[in-house]
Design a protein around this ligand. Sequence first.
Ligand SMILES: Cc1cc2nc3c(=O)[nH]c(=O)nc-3n(C[C@H](O)[C@H](O)[C@H](O)COP(=O)(O)OP(=O)(O)OC[C@H]3O[C@@H](n4cnc5c(N)ncnc54)[C@H](O)[C@@H]3O)c2cc1C
Length: 365
Amino acid sequence: MAAQTGPNFDTSILFDAIIIGAGPAGLSAALALCRMKRPAVVFSDGEFRNAKAHLAHTILSRDDQPASEIRKIGREQIERYGTTRFVERRVCKARKDGNDFEVEDDQGEKWRAKKIVLAMGVRDAFPDLEGYADCWGQSIYQCLFCDGLERADRPAAMLGFDSPMSLHFIGIMSHIGCPIVTILSNGPLKPLDEATAEALKVAEASGAKVDERRIRKLVHHEDEQGIDVVFEDGDSFRIGFLQHTPPTHVVAPNLAEDLGVEKLPDGRGGTLLKTSQPFGETNLEGVFVTGDAGVVMKHFANAMALGVAAGAGVSFQLGKEEERELAKNLVETNIRLAYGQTNQCDVTSLFQPVRGFSVSLREAL
Ligand SMILES: Cc1cc2nc3c(=O)[nH]c(=O)nc-3n(C[C@H](O)[C@H](O)[C@H](O)COP(=O)(O)OP(=O)(O)OC[C@H]3O[C@@H](n4cnc5c(N)ncnc54)[C@H](O)[C@@H]3O)c2cc1C
């Protein structure tokens, strides 16, 4: 197990937030909370969605950098504040505990906090195709904003043609310069609906070729930066990259289920956790979802922005609760004072707005 860093909090402490995930979403939520002096504990089991990619793109000021490096810098900056503890362990269970939350890690230790942020990301569900996993992130690209441009001088292909969106990807591949674009259907290509059939016609008219041969395997070539598509008939051809966006599913769905967070289909054969904007709040007070797990547009920079929003949501909810508590204490003090002096209390005065607090006394009581 990797060393744990950060202030040496004991596990009995009630943190302001438990953050499950130390990708761009979880780290950004943690950073926002550092700036609010809100103690947080961040869990990571070290498995990141983009682990197989060499370099990350379309991240302002960090374009063409390894994602691991960006996370490392982020974590160092968070640690400087001294209010966040990082724990390199998998969270196995999560539950509501009165007004608070409790999680249990894979060492059996329990951690408590007032709020919980689910930033576990998603996993891509690979098709059953030999060599696919080896090529993933290296020469199979799920997002053309992330990868593709560097190999746009070579022929490229797309696996399947699932929806009208596929036409959009074909258009991008041609637009960035791929000289030949092939649709590999791995068997007879049968569009799922009329809109997809129309889109396929447009793709072919724009010059995309359809190859319906069954694929035996995919072979990644690190040195030549490409991928061989080997067909069952023994023939093969080399391309610079294969575009394919498989469905994605939320990581550790049991945690969301334990807590009772609603899921929903993402419209692409995968799942998402249901959130509301701007903070990533869920159907349960105090539970936030951020990053890939709660959004269709899955990008590093988007995960960072959503992470900050979740951190702000945690801070906002905690602030409201603390104001309410203060207002309540003020009422109680006023009652004691009023009653002590007159032996009677004018209850109506207690429902006047309290200066300096954004909650009314009626709300506080
Ligand atoms: C191959 C590939 C290349 C990509 N390239 C780019 C790119 O170039 N540019 C770009 O903008 N986007 C890119 N993306 C998308 C980008 O990686 C994601 O959008 C981003 O990583 C999402 O961040 P996240 O914090 O939501 O999840 P992740 O980065 O996946 O982090 C998830 C975190 O949750 C933790 N976790 C999960 N379950 C548990 C548990 N039970 N207990 C403890 N910890 C847990 C993990 O350990 C990890 O710390 C790429 C994606 C892929 C697949």
